[in-house]
Write a protein that binds this ligand. Structure first.
Ligand SMILES: *Cc1c(COP(=O)(O)O)cnc(C)c1O
Length: 392
């Protein structure tokens, strides 16, 4: 008798887990009540959030209720203020993760007969190329090694050599490695050539200044340096460009022009908003302002990074990037040949410190985020836990 090609169908479906049991209630990373120390999510989003941000999610909101509409409009105004781009731009939030905002921005703002140049030195640059190709926008990539910043001279040559390029897409901080691209210089090159800059500042917005750049669009998300929870992508878009982009988008749900018109009409989201995520982001934006805005948040993250780098280096770990290009958002360390990262990960997770696997194409690595509601003492705790694992 030969084995069946398909396993036999069970006579009856497996029983659903009882309420409160089984996979519907996976153990969360939140500390158990009375736990000695809170969990540190040193991942670049979702990340460690403040208690007030999580508490803001405890209420239900009607999406058309004037109080929710006011909160949502306040959130948009705050997002624009954080960008410092002023009245030439508008904040257009969109339901989904950061990639939804990137796809919405590229689909809505790159003209159908335009040509996009994507500057690539990591996975997020490659993702923009993939998006552009998928949605049928003509696209070229200018590629660099993952440990090299995008070179302004190479960009200058590319733009000089190809007058058909209408738009240039850049990743501000490449979260793949933690590399900070030279935004100010690159923006000046794009501007000098009269092209539009579309900036993926997903992992920088709220902590890294725009260095005088005035991109046509800045893409951000609720769950990175703004320290909200996941669920909202944001595009800070040039009002005039948005107004002229009616009908350009390949997608109904991701049409940023239509999304913006919806907000302008009555302050309401076009489709069901993630109301609790909005409430959390509104609370997180208040905390951002109270902390001192972008300069203060950036300074805290730089201190976190410096403490982390010093401690991990003392333990013998080698950072992947040269100091000149290392941003303050996330640090990549080379995984030494003798280290099994999954064991390190598991041991630290047990003790409430969550690390992040690597994403490089060419080097074995792991990452530790410096962002979220965490400070120097938290980074020291992380280093201590790594030392304990190593028996130091
Ligand atoms: C997080 C991130 C994104 C969006 O990723 P999602 O998983 O969709 O949130 C895009 N670009 C960069 C640079 C990022 O760090």
């Amino acid at each position: 008798m030969s084995a069946p090609l398909h396993p036999a169908r069970p006579a009856s479906p497996p029983p659903l887990p009882a309420p409160g049991e089984g996979p519907l209630r996976a153990p969360s990373a939140a500390p158990a009540p009375g736990a000695a120390a809170r969990t540190l999510l040193l991942t670049p989003g979702p990340l460690t959030t403040a208690p007030a941000t999580r508490a803001a999610m405890a209420a239900d909101w009607g999406s058309r209720d004037p109080r929710f509409v006011a909160m949502s409009e306040g959130m948009r105004a705050r997002l624009l203020a954080v960008s410092e781009l002023g009245e030439t731009h508008v904040a257009v939030p969109i339901q989904g993760s950061g990639t939804f905002a990137v796809e919405a921005a590229l689909g809505t703002l790159v003209p159908r007969d335009g040509r996009l140049l994507v500057l690539v030195n990591g996975a997020y640059g490659r993702r923009m190329v993939a998006i552009a190709r998928r949605i049928g926008r003509d696209c070229a990539a200018l590629e660099f090694e993952e440990d090299q910043a995008v070179d302004p001279d190479a960009l200058d040559r590319a733009l000089r050599g190809d007058p058909t390029i209408t738009d240039v897409a850049l990743v501000h901080c490449e979260t793949t490695s933690g590399l900070l691209n030279p935004l100010g210089e690159l923006a000046r090159v794009v501007e000098r050539h009269g092209r539009a800059l579309l900036l993926d500042s997903m992992s920088g917005f709220g902590a890294l200044p725009l260095e005088g750049a005035r991109p046509r669009a800045v893409m951000a998300s609720s769950n990175k340096c703004l320290e909200g929870v996941p669920g909202i992508g944001v595009v800070l878009a040039e009002r005039a460009a948005l107004a002229g982009a009616e009908g350009w988008c390949h997608s109904l749900a991701l049409d940023l022009h239509a999304q913006w018109r919806g907000f302008e009409a009555d302050g309401q989201w076009r489709f069901t908003p993630p109301v609790q995520v909005v409430a959390a982001l509104a609370a997180a934006l208040e905390a951002h302002a109270a902390e001192g805005g972008v300069p203060a948040r950036g300074a805290r993250y730089r201190r976190n990074r410096d403490v982390l780098l010093e401690g991990m280096t003392a333990l013998g770990f080698e950072p992947y990037l040269a100091p000149a290009v290392q941003g303050p958002i996330i640090v990549t360390f080379r995984t030494p040949g003798w280290l099994d990262f999954s064991r390190l990960y598991g041991a630290l997770a047990e003790r409430g410190v969550v690390l992040y696997p690597g994403k490089l194409t060419r080097a074995e690595s792991f990452r530790i985020g410096c962002i979220g509601d965490v400070d120097e003492a938290d980074m020291r705790r992380c280093v201590e836990e790594v030392g304990r694992f190593l028996g130091r």
